[in-house]
Design a protein around this ligand. Structure first.
Ligand code: ATP
Length: 768
């Protein structure tokens, strides 16, 4: 059968983690959709060189690409492509190979070049015919060129998308370096000035500042006022006076003052170490190229994969009239957007920075950027230019409680919420060890209800677990009357819960008990935090990213071991309770052959079909390297077919031609240091939660009936599609599968087909 289309895929400009995963997704999706896919080596250089540089790529050629750093098909900056003769040769090579669609992964320059190429395409073909380099017949099937862009860049500098492929891996590398530096800084009471990449974009510096709880940041979009030297020194002094033993200043490469004059790391170092000023023992660390390297984190693998798949669909659906698009992500939604509008907006940022219109520069970045910037200002006590403190009658006493198993980012959320509360004049109070701790406190009069100590909380930004202790007990188990009385006794004006499904259930119990106990007629909100990511109302829970990264680090090692022993399948059990999210996304980001979830169920027929498939692939693989396979199974997918049982079936059916082993990462999936994504989102969402609570005002001003009637007074914050929203617990109650402790519909289920397709799994009978 003739291919439906011939598509070229290439990487161009600076490399970033996840580019290899893009190639894998594009090649396999293309082949799956009956297209021929050609990898172009070395960016536009390869298009101009032609010949060996443009290679038809097969399914197995991209095996092992998913976890790879860098770009195996290489990338380049190509001068010749800026000029028409270069693009003319490139067009000729494309037509010779029958290619008229390009999926390109690169920065704004690469994408601009591609758009230009597309605009010129008809005239390039005409010129080639007029020069006799191609015949009129040769160009007939290739009258239109389709381009789809994927943004691969560690800087996250393209407008219109929240994240570029690679940016979270770079952030991960930076956050790791900072956490190492923090240990030594703390031991020696030193200050560190840390420079990260970002000549025109401060995203990496900003997010690193948020994730690590830095003291001060310098980003090109928001130079501080003329007195920045005094401001920085006074903030550092304040933090030191409060008892901090370390100082971290994060600078983007493009740090500058309001007049465009570069601020260097040495300038900042000299200020911090000035013997007549702060007199701090100060060192400079330039993170440099390690930011570009290493394996992509789960988010980049997911982004690269989903966007790669979407890019192939976009190419196949494009008509000559379709505007050139790129694939973006907004919050949690993959979307197609006009390319040149985004490139223009990106250029505009540089222009407005030059014109010193810094407010506009931040606005031109996405909403997350502005939120994160404000969050950083609040948590680092930087001057936001306005007095944040509320008048006395608006201040609230807010009780904080964490419920359920530990999840990464809970401490970062507490820290941010407490910082925000303090900046507003609220009284944040820690209720230790969940509702059980609250109830016991009543009995023992121990000190499990106490105000937060900022000096202590300030160190929590990067810590795993929950420093205020957590417990699974629901308020009804502790005694609702007792809990209601305690809330009255402590005169709480609002309750802020952090936790997973038990926390979700607790909010509902508290809401339902309001008729009986008026003290519960206060605003209550939940910030979801659980590695199972099963809280209704949000597609994302704190801790889920940390655990996903733990799982794929484990899965990568299993795959390597399976490949080294050539003919081996690992069957790996994942946590997640009755939610298959972790297993499914783990499968998507580690390249599993099959994923078994409780949502889908697991039958003998499915296992038999998968064993047949394994027989086939091991037969085809004969003699080839990298032939290990991985199957992920959620811990509750089946009562009968456990990971061990499935491994045994496979092993037995392999008849010596292949083997199988079971493996279980167990509680390591809860993670250690929370991922930067969990830490940054914790900060952003926690501050939004306190803002949500404070809009209802303190108890003295509550109209009980009004509180009861307003469904959003008992709410859950969540990321849903492209938005951050608060949902009423009463609305979510009916969207919940209570028996299975998960939402009735799994927002991620659509990824199953993608996992199966990219893993080469044939369709098989689905259980009744
Ligand atoms: P990074 O964000 O890492 O800098 P980038 O894609 O923006 O990545 P550039 O060096 O700007 O990197 O562009 C990469 C290549 O894309 C260039 O070397 C050139 O070949 C091509 N290119 C960029 N801009 C254009 C343009 N306006 N016209 C034609 N080709 C271009």
């Amino acid at each position: 059968m003739a291919p439906r289309k011939k598509i070229a895929v290439m990487t161009s400009g600076g490399d970033s983690q996840g580019m290899a995963a893009v190639i894998r997704a594009v090649v396999r999706t293309g082949i799956n959709m009956n297209c021929d896919v050609f990898c172009v080596q070395q960016g536009y250089n390869g298009l101009i060189e032609g010949g060996e540089y443009i290679r038809k790529t097969e399914w197995a050629d991209v095996r092992g690409y998913l976890p790879r750093g860098g770009t195996p098909i290489r990338t380049a900056r190509c001068k010749a492509f800026y000029e028409r003769p270069g693009r003319l040769t490139a067009a000729k090579n494309m037509v010779i190979n029958g290619i008229d669609a390009i999926i390109i992964c690169g920065g704004d320059g690469s994408l601009t070049g591609a758009d230009r190429f597309r605009a010129e395409w008809p005239s390039l073909l005409e010129e080639l015919v007029s020069k006799g380099e191609l015949t009129a017949q040769q160009i007939v099937p290739h009258k239109h060129l389709n381009i789809v862009g994927l943004v691969g860049s560690i800087d996250n500098d393209l407008s219109g998308t929240d994240a570029t492929i690679g940016c979270y891996s770079a952030l991960d590398r930076i956050s790791t370096v900072i956490s190492w530096v923090q240990d030594t800084a703390d031991s020696h009471s030193r200050a560190f000035v840390i420079e990260v990449m970002g000549r025109h974009c401060g995203w990496l510096a900003l997010m690193a500042g948020v994730a690590s709880g830095a003291d001060f940041i310098f980003i090109p979009e928001q130079p501080r006022e003329d007195n920045w030297k005094e401001e920085m020194c006074s903030i550092v002094k304040k933090h030191r006076d409060e008892g901090k033993h370390q100082t971290i200043v994060v600078m983007a490469e493009g740090a500058q003052d309001r007049y465009g004059k570069k601020i260097t790391t040495d300038m900042v170092k000299d200020l911090l170490s000035d013997p007549h000023g702060l007199d701090l023992d100060t060192r400079v660390t330039i993170v440099g190229h390690p930011q570009r390297g290493g394996k992509p984190v789960a988010h980049d693998r997911m982004l690269a994969t989903l966007q790669g798949v979407e890019a192939v669909h976009a190419v196949l659906e494009a008509t000559p009239e379709t505007e050139t698009c790129f694939i973006a992500i907004n919050e949690n939604k993959i979307v197609r957007k006009p390319l040149m509008a985004a490139v223009q907006a990106t250029k505009e940022v540089a222009e407005v920075i030059k014109a010193q219109d810094f407010e506009k520069a931040v606005k031109l970045r996405d909403t997350e950027f502005a939120d994160m910037y404000n969050s950083f200002m609040i948590t680092s006590n930087m001057n936001t230019g306005e007095d944040m403190t509320l008048s006395a009658e608006k201040r609230m006493k807010i009780g904080f409680i964490t419920i359920g198993a530990p999840a990464g980012g809970v401490n970062a959320a507490l820290r941010a919420a407490v910082a925000y509360c303090l900046s507003r004049g609220h009284e944040p109070v820690a209720i230790h060890n969940g509702f059980a701790g609250f109830a016991r406190h009543h009995a023992d009069e121990d000190s499990s209800v106490r105000p937060f100590d900022w000096l202590e909380v300030d160190t929590w930004a990067t810590w795993g677990g929950s420093e205020i202790g957590t417990n699974r007990e629901l308020p009804e188990e502790s005694g609702m009357e007792l809990i209601a009385n305690l809330i009255a006794k402590y005169k709480f004006d609002a309750i802020f819960l952090i936790g997973g499904f038990e926390a979700f259930h607790s909010v509902l119990q508290l809401e339902k008990a309001r008729d009986k106990y008026p003290s519960l007629c206060i605003p209550i909100t939940l910030l979801p935090a659980t590695i199972s990511n099963n809280v209704p109302g949000s597609e994302y829970s704190l801790g889920s990213d940390t655990s996903l990264n733990e799982l794929i680090a484990f899965a990568d090692k299993l795959k390597l071991s399976a490949s080294a022993s050539r003919r081996r399948v690992f069957v790996c059990e994942t946590q997640g309770g009755r939610s298959g999210w972790l297993a499914m996304i783990g499968g998507l980001t580690s390249g599993a052959t099959a994923v078994y979830t409780p949502e889908e169920g697991l039958s003998m027929d499915m296992i038999v079909a998968d064993i047949r498939h394994l027989r086939d692939v091991f037969q085809q693989d004969k003699g080839k390297a990298r032939a290990g396979r991985l199957i992920l199974i959620n811990e509750t997918a089946s009562k009968v077919h456990t990971a061990k049982a499935i491994a045994d079936y496979i092993h037995d059916e392999g008849h010596g031609r292949f083997q199988a082993r079971e493996s279980n990462p167990g509680h390591t999936q809860q993670g250690d240091i929370p991922s930067p994504i969990d830490r940054c989102r914790a900060v952003r969402l926690a501050i939004k939660c306190v803002k949500h609570l404070e809009q209802f005002g303190p108890k003295a001003q509550h109209d009980i009936q009004k509180i009861k009637k307003d469904p959003l007074t008992a709410s859950v914050i969540g990321i849903q599609g492209a938005a951050v929203v608060f949902s009423a617990i009463t609305d979510l109650e009916i969207q919940t599968d209570w028996k299975n402790r998960r939402p009735k519909s799994a927002h991620w289920m659509y990824m199953k087909d993608i996992v199966d397709m990219l893993g080469g799994r044939p369709s098989y009978p689905v259980p009744e």
